[in-house]
Design a protein around this ligand. Structure first.
Ligand SMILES: Nc1ncnc2c1ncn2[C@@H]1O[C@H](COP(=O)(O)OP(=O)(O)OP(=O)(O)O)[C@@H](O)[C@H]1O
Length: 320
Protein backbone atom coordinates (compact mmCIF):
# COMPACT_ATOMS: atom_id res chain seq x y z
CA UNK A 1 0.00 0.00 0.00
CA UNK A 2 1.27 3.48 -0.88
CA UNK A 3 -0.06 5.26 2.16
CA UNK A 4 -1.08 3.89 5.47
CA UNK A 5 -3.24 6.22 7.44
CA UNK A 6 -2.52 6.49 11.13
CA UNK A 7 -5.50 5.22 13.04
CA UNK A 8 -5.55 6.76 16.46
CA UNK A 9 -8.64 5.37 18.11
CA UNK A 10 -10.88 7.72 16.14
CA UNK A 11 -8.93 10.84 17.17
CA UNK A 12 -8.80 13.54 14.48
CA UNK A 13 -5.61 13.67 12.41
CA UNK A 14 -5.82 17.45 12.37
CA UNK A 15 -7.55 19.59 14.93
CA UNK A 16 -7.50 23.39 14.87
CA UNK A 17 -9.14 25.64 17.46
CA UNK A 18 -9.49 29.40 16.92
CA UNK A 19 -6.56 29.26 14.52
CA UNK A 20 -5.15 32.65 13.51
CA UNK A 21 -2.48 33.69 11.01
CA UNK A 22 -1.33 37.27 11.21
CA UNK A 23 1.31 38.87 9.02
CA UNK A 24 3.28 41.85 10.35
CA UNK A 25 2.60 43.59 13.63
CA UNK A 26 1.11 46.76 15.11
CA UNK A 27 -1.16 48.88 12.94
CA UNK A 28 0.35 47.29 9.81
CA UNK A 29 -0.69 43.77 10.89
CA UNK A 30 -2.84 41.81 8.47
CA UNK A 31 -4.97 38.89 9.62
CA UNK A 32 -5.10 36.30 6.82
CA UNK A 33 -6.78 33.56 8.89
CA UNK A 34 -9.12 34.80 11.56
CA UNK A 35 -10.01 32.17 14.16
CA UNK A 36 -10.99 29.00 12.28
CA UNK A 37 -11.94 25.63 13.76
CA UNK A 38 -11.43 22.43 11.78
CA UNK A 39 -11.15 18.71 12.35
CA UNK A 40 -9.93 16.19 9.79
CA UNK A 41 -10.50 12.48 10.39
CA UNK A 42 -8.15 9.70 9.25
CA UNK A 43 -8.88 8.62 5.67
CA UNK A 44 -10.82 11.76 4.87
CA UNK A 45 -10.34 13.99 1.82
CA UNK A 46 -10.84 17.43 3.30
CA UNK A 47 -10.96 20.62 1.25
CA UNK A 48 -10.48 24.35 1.66
CA UNK A 49 -12.50 26.06 -1.05
CA UNK A 50 -12.39 29.81 -1.54
CA UNK A 51 -11.41 32.64 -3.86
CA UNK A 52 -7.96 34.21 -4.14
CA UNK A 53 -6.87 35.68 -0.82
CA UNK A 54 -9.36 33.69 1.28
CA UNK A 55 -6.60 32.37 3.54
CA UNK A 56 -6.36 28.81 2.18
CA UNK A 57 -2.60 28.76 1.57
CA UNK A 58 -1.89 30.51 4.88
CA UNK A 59 -3.87 27.78 6.65
CA UNK A 60 -2.17 25.06 4.64
CA UNK A 61 1.28 26.44 5.49
CA UNK A 62 0.45 26.34 9.21
CA UNK A 63 -0.74 22.74 8.84
CA UNK A 64 2.46 22.00 6.92
CA UNK A 65 4.41 23.42 9.90
CA UNK A 66 6.34 25.84 7.69
CA UNK A 67 4.55 28.95 8.96
CA UNK A 68 4.04 29.50 12.70
CA UNK A 69 0.58 29.73 14.21
CA UNK A 70 -0.09 33.32 15.37
CA UNK A 71 -2.85 32.37 17.78
CA UNK A 72 -5.08 29.45 18.72
CA UNK A 73 -4.20 25.77 18.78
CA UNK A 74 -3.22 23.39 15.99
CA UNK A 75 -2.63 19.69 16.65
CA UNK A 76 -1.63 17.22 13.95
CA UNK A 77 -1.30 13.49 14.71
CA UNK A 78 -2.09 14.58 18.27
CA UNK A 79 1.13 16.67 18.33
CA UNK A 80 1.32 20.42 18.89
CA UNK A 81 2.29 22.17 15.63
CA UNK A 82 3.94 24.97 17.62
CA UNK A 83 6.53 22.70 19.22
CA UNK A 84 6.61 19.41 17.31
CA UNK A 85 6.91 20.64 13.72
CA UNK A 86 9.83 18.38 12.85
CA UNK A 87 8.04 15.20 13.96
CA UNK A 88 4.88 16.26 12.16
CA UNK A 89 6.66 17.13 8.91
CA UNK A 90 8.36 13.72 8.88
CA UNK A 91 4.92 12.10 8.60
CA UNK A 92 3.50 14.44 5.96
CA UNK A 93 3.70 14.67 2.18
CA UNK A 94 3.36 18.11 0.63
CA UNK A 95 2.49 19.08 -2.93
CA UNK A 96 3.06 22.85 -3.01
CA UNK A 97 1.24 25.28 -5.27
CA UNK A 98 4.34 25.65 -7.45
CA UNK A 99 6.36 22.55 -8.23
CA UNK A 100 9.72 22.64 -6.47
CA UNK A 101 11.48 20.05 -8.60
CA UNK A 102 15.09 20.21 -9.71
CA UNK A 103 14.88 20.73 -13.47
CA UNK A 104 18.48 19.63 -13.99
CA UNK A 105 17.92 16.18 -12.48
CA UNK A 106 16.02 13.26 -13.92
CA UNK A 107 12.57 12.40 -12.66
CA UNK A 108 13.90 9.39 -10.77
CA UNK A 109 16.77 11.37 -9.22
CA UNK A 110 14.33 14.01 -7.96
CA UNK A 111 12.48 11.34 -6.02
CA UNK A 112 15.58 9.53 -4.78
CA UNK A 113 17.17 12.70 -3.42
CA UNK A 114 13.96 13.60 -1.67
CA UNK A 115 13.83 10.11 -0.15
CA UNK A 116 17.35 10.66 1.22
CA UNK A 117 16.00 13.62 3.28
CA UNK A 118 13.83 11.08 5.04
CA UNK A 119 16.84 8.86 5.74
CA UNK A 120 15.96 6.21 3.18
CA UNK A 121 19.02 4.37 1.83
CA UNK A 122 19.75 5.10 -1.83
CA UNK A 123 18.63 1.58 -2.74
CA UNK A 124 15.38 1.80 -0.76
CA UNK A 125 14.67 5.30 -2.13
CA UNK A 126 15.22 4.14 -5.73
CA UNK A 127 12.94 1.11 -5.28
CA UNK A 128 10.26 3.28 -3.70
CA UNK A 129 10.67 5.93 -6.40
CA UNK A 130 10.12 3.35 -9.14
CA UNK A 131 6.92 2.13 -7.46
CA UNK A 132 5.66 5.67 -7.16
CA UNK A 133 6.46 6.59 -10.76
CA UNK A 134 4.49 3.56 -11.84
CA UNK A 135 1.62 4.73 -9.65
CA UNK A 136 1.58 8.18 -11.27
CA UNK A 137 1.99 6.54 -14.70
CA UNK A 138 5.36 8.10 -15.49
CA UNK A 139 7.64 5.07 -15.58
CA UNK A 140 8.67 5.85 -19.15
CA UNK A 141 9.85 9.31 -18.02
CA UNK A 142 12.02 8.01 -15.14
CA UNK A 143 15.30 8.88 -16.85
CA UNK A 144 14.12 12.11 -18.52
CA UNK A 145 15.11 15.47 -17.15
CA UNK A 146 12.23 17.29 -15.43
CA UNK A 147 12.60 20.47 -17.51
CA UNK A 148 10.84 19.32 -20.71
CA UNK A 149 7.91 17.63 -18.97
CA UNK A 150 4.42 19.09 -19.35
CA UNK A 151 2.78 20.90 -16.42
CA UNK A 152 0.58 17.88 -15.71
CA UNK A 153 3.54 15.51 -15.73
CA UNK A 154 5.50 17.75 -13.37
CA UNK A 155 2.52 17.79 -11.03
CA UNK A 156 2.46 14.01 -11.06
CA UNK A 157 6.20 13.91 -10.28
CA UNK A 158 5.49 16.25 -7.34
CA UNK A 159 2.76 13.93 -6.11
CA UNK A 160 5.05 10.90 -6.43
CA UNK A 161 7.76 12.80 -4.57
CA UNK A 162 5.38 13.74 -1.77
CA UNK A 163 4.64 10.04 -1.17
CA UNK A 164 8.26 8.91 -0.81
CA UNK A 165 8.08 8.86 3.01
CA UNK A 166 4.79 6.91 3.13
CA UNK A 167 3.04 9.94 4.64
CA UNK A 168 0.10 9.64 6.99
CA UNK A 169 -1.22 12.91 5.62
CA UNK A 170 -0.98 14.49 2.18
CA UNK A 171 -1.30 18.26 1.70
CA UNK A 172 -2.16 19.46 -1.80
CA UNK A 173 -2.20 23.20 -2.45
CA UNK A 174 -4.17 24.06 -5.60
CA UNK A 175 -3.14 20.76 -7.20
CA UNK A 176 -4.52 21.43 -10.69
CA UNK A 177 -4.14 25.18 -11.12
CA UNK A 178 -2.66 25.91 -14.53
CA UNK A 179 -3.33 22.45 -15.97
CA UNK A 180 -5.40 21.69 -19.04
CA UNK A 181 -8.64 19.71 -18.58
CA UNK A 182 -7.14 16.38 -19.61
CA UNK A 183 -4.16 16.74 -17.24
CA UNK A 184 -6.56 17.70 -14.44
CA UNK A 185 -8.59 14.55 -14.97
CA UNK A 186 -5.48 12.34 -14.90
CA UNK A 187 -4.45 13.98 -11.64
CA UNK A 188 -7.91 13.64 -10.12
CA UNK A 189 -7.84 9.96 -11.03
CA UNK A 190 -4.54 9.43 -9.17
CA UNK A 191 -5.72 11.38 -6.13
CA UNK A 192 -8.94 9.41 -6.10
CA UNK A 193 -6.91 6.20 -6.25
CA UNK A 194 -4.80 7.38 -3.31
CA UNK A 195 -7.93 8.02 -1.33
CA UNK A 196 -9.13 4.49 -2.10
CA UNK A 197 -5.83 3.29 -0.64
CA UNK A 198 -6.66 5.05 2.61
CA UNK A 199 -4.63 8.27 2.32
CA UNK A 200 -5.82 11.30 4.25
CA UNK A 201 -5.75 14.33 1.98
CA UNK A 202 -6.11 18.04 2.64
CA UNK A 203 -6.69 20.00 -0.55
CA UNK A 204 -6.99 23.70 -1.25
CA UNK A 205 -8.71 24.78 -4.41
CA UNK A 206 -10.69 27.60 -5.93
CA UNK A 207 -12.27 25.21 -8.42
CA UNK A 208 -15.69 24.09 -7.26
CA UNK A 209 -15.72 21.10 -9.62
CA UNK A 210 -12.42 19.95 -8.11
CA UNK A 211 -13.82 20.29 -4.59
CA UNK A 212 -16.91 18.34 -5.63
CA UNK A 213 -14.83 15.61 -7.26
CA UNK A 214 -12.18 15.14 -4.60
CA UNK A 215 -13.49 16.17 -1.20
CA UNK A 216 -15.59 14.18 1.24
CA UNK A 217 -15.99 17.29 3.31
CA UNK A 218 -14.91 20.87 2.93
CA UNK A 219 -14.96 24.31 4.41
CA UNK A 220 -15.74 27.34 2.30
CA UNK A 221 -13.41 30.19 3.25
CA UNK A 222 -13.74 33.87 2.51
CA UNK A 223 -11.77 36.75 4.00
CA UNK A 224 -9.95 34.52 6.49
CA UNK A 225 -13.04 32.93 8.02
CA UNK A 226 -15.11 29.80 7.40
CA UNK A 227 -18.47 30.68 5.89
CA UNK A 228 -19.79 27.12 5.49
CA UNK A 229 -18.82 23.54 6.19
CA UNK A 230 -20.11 20.16 5.03
CA UNK A 231 -20.00 17.61 2.25
CA UNK A 232 -20.29 19.04 -1.28
CA UNK A 233 -23.78 17.58 -1.72
CA UNK A 234 -24.80 18.53 1.84
CA UNK A 235 -23.78 22.15 1.28
CA UNK A 236 -25.71 22.31 -1.98
CA UNK A 237 -28.81 20.78 -0.36
CA UNK A 238 -28.56 23.13 2.63
CA UNK A 239 -27.96 26.41 0.83
CA UNK A 240 -29.42 26.26 -2.68
CA UNK A 241 -32.16 24.48 -4.62
CA UNK A 242 -31.36 21.36 -6.66
CA UNK A 243 -31.33 23.10 -10.06
CA UNK A 244 -30.58 26.46 -11.62
CA UNK A 245 -32.09 28.04 -14.70
CA UNK A 246 -29.48 30.40 -16.13
CA UNK A 247 -30.94 33.05 -18.43
CA UNK A 248 -29.22 35.88 -20.30
CA UNK A 249 -30.94 38.96 -21.63
CA UNK A 250 -27.76 40.84 -22.64
CA UNK A 251 -24.96 42.28 -20.52
CA UNK A 252 -26.27 44.82 -17.99
CA UNK A 253 -29.89 44.25 -19.06
CA UNK A 254 -30.71 41.38 -16.73
CA UNK A 255 -31.87 43.21 -13.62
CA UNK A 256 -34.57 45.13 -15.50
CA UNK A 257 -36.26 41.79 -16.28
CA UNK A 258 -36.96 41.06 -12.61
CA UNK A 259 -40.54 42.48 -12.50
CA UNK A 260 -41.54 40.06 -15.32
CA UNK A 261 -40.05 37.15 -13.38
CA UNK A 262 -41.79 37.73 -10.07
CA UNK A 263 -42.66 34.33 -8.56
CA UNK A 264 -40.65 32.30 -11.07
CA UNK A 265 -38.46 29.78 -9.22
CA UNK A 266 -37.68 29.78 -5.51
CA UNK A 267 -34.96 32.49 -5.59
CA UNK A 268 -33.30 34.69 -8.18
CA UNK A 269 -29.69 35.90 -8.14
CA UNK A 270 -28.71 38.78 -10.42
CA UNK A 271 -25.25 38.86 -12.02
CA UNK A 272 -24.14 41.41 -14.62
CA UNK A 273 -24.13 38.83 -17.40
CA UNK A 274 -27.01 36.56 -16.34
CA UNK A 275 -29.85 35.76 -13.98
CA UNK A 276 -29.75 32.59 -11.91
CA UNK A 277 -33.19 31.22 -11.09
CA UNK A 278 -32.95 28.54 -8.38
CA UNK A 279 -35.61 25.87 -8.14
CA UNK A 280 -35.89 22.14 -7.49
CA UNK A 281 -37.51 21.92 -10.93
CA UNK A 282 -35.46 24.00 -13.39
CA UNK A 283 -37.49 22.86 -16.41
CA UNK A 284 -40.66 23.92 -14.59
CA UNK A 285 -39.19 27.43 -14.14
CA UNK A 286 -38.27 27.52 -17.84
CA UNK A 287 -41.83 26.49 -18.80
CA UNK A 288 -43.13 29.32 -16.65
CA UNK A 289 -40.94 31.78 -18.60
CA UNK A 290 -42.41 30.46 -21.86
CA UNK A 291 -45.94 30.74 -20.46
CA UNK A 292 -45.25 34.41 -19.65
CA UNK A 293 -43.78 34.90 -23.14
CA UNK A 294 -40.45 36.02 -21.65
CA UNK A 295 -37.80 35.25 -24.28
CA UNK A 296 -34.16 35.46 -23.10
CA UNK A 297 -31.14 35.39 -25.46
CA UNK A 298 -30.22 32.05 -23.96
CA UNK A 299 -31.53 29.70 -21.30
CA UNK A 300 -29.91 26.69 -19.69
CA UNK A 301 -30.99 24.37 -16.87
CA UNK A 302 -28.16 22.83 -14.84
CA UNK A 303 -27.53 21.14 -11.50
CA UNK A 304 -26.62 23.53 -8.67
CA UNK A 305 -22.97 23.53 -7.66
CA UNK A 306 -20.67 24.77 -4.91
CA UNK A 307 -20.24 27.95 -6.96
CA UNK A 308 -23.92 28.65 -6.29
CA UNK A 309 -23.42 27.98 -2.59
CA UNK A 310 -20.54 30.46 -2.52
CA UNK A 311 -22.58 33.06 -4.38
CA UNK A 312 -25.47 32.65 -1.95
CA UNK A 313 -23.22 32.96 1.09
CA UNK A 314 -21.01 35.84 -0.04
CA UNK A 315 -22.85 37.57 -2.88
CA UNK A 316 -19.81 37.00 -5.09
CA UNK A 317 -18.70 34.38 -7.58
CA UNK A 318 -15.65 32.27 -6.71
CA UNK A 319 -13.52 33.39 -9.65
CA UNK A 320 -14.08 37.08 -10.31
N1 LIG B 1 3.69 36.76 3.80
C1 LIG B 1 2.62 37.54 3.76
N2 LIG B 1 2.65 38.82 4.18
C2 LIG B 1 1.54 39.60 4.17
N3 LIG B 1 0.33 39.20 3.70
C3 LIG B 1 0.25 37.93 3.24
C4 LIG B 1 1.37 37.05 3.24
N4 LIG B 1 0.96 35.84 2.73
C5 LIG B 1 -0.35 36.00 2.42
N5 LIG B 1 -0.76 37.23 2.73
C6 LIG B 1 -2.12 37.78 2.53
O1 LIG B 1 -3.02 36.94 3.23
C7 LIG B 1 -4.23 36.80 2.50
C8 LIG B 1 -4.54 35.34 2.32
O2 LIG B 1 -3.57 34.79 1.43
P1 LIG B 1 -3.54 33.24 1.07
O3 LIG B 1 -2.39 33.01 0.14
O4 LIG B 1 -3.61 32.44 2.32
O5 LIG B 1 -4.93 33.09 0.30
P2 LIG B 1 -5.44 31.92 -0.62
O6 LIG B 1 -6.84 31.67 -0.23
O7 LIG B 1 -4.51 30.78 -0.58
O8 LIG B 1 -5.40 32.60 -2.06
P3 LIG B 1 -4.83 32.02 -3.44
O9 LIG B 1 -5.94 31.19 -4.01
O10 LIG B 1 -4.59 33.27 -4.23
O11 LIG B 1 -3.58 31.25 -3.16
C9 LIG B 1 -4.04 37.57 1.19
O12 LIG B 1 -4.66 38.82 1.32
C10 LIG B 1 -2.56 37.69 1.07
O13 LIG B 1 -2.19 38.87 0.37
Amino acid sequence: MLCETATMSGAPLISARSLVKRFGSGPEAFTAVNGIDIEVAPGEAFGFLGPNGAGKTSTMRMIGCVSPVSDGELRIFGLDAATEGRKIRARMGVVPQLDQLDNELTVLENLVIYGRYFDLSRKAAAAKARDLLEFVQLTEKSDSKVEPLSGGQKRRVSIARSLINDPDLLLLDEPTTGLDPQARHVLWDRLYQLKELGATQVITTHFMDEAEQLCDRLVVMDGGVIVAEGSPQGLIAEHVRREVLEVRFGYGRNEEQLPRLDGVGARIEVLPDRLLIYDDDGDGALNELHRREVVPESALVRRSSLEDVFLKLTGRTLVE
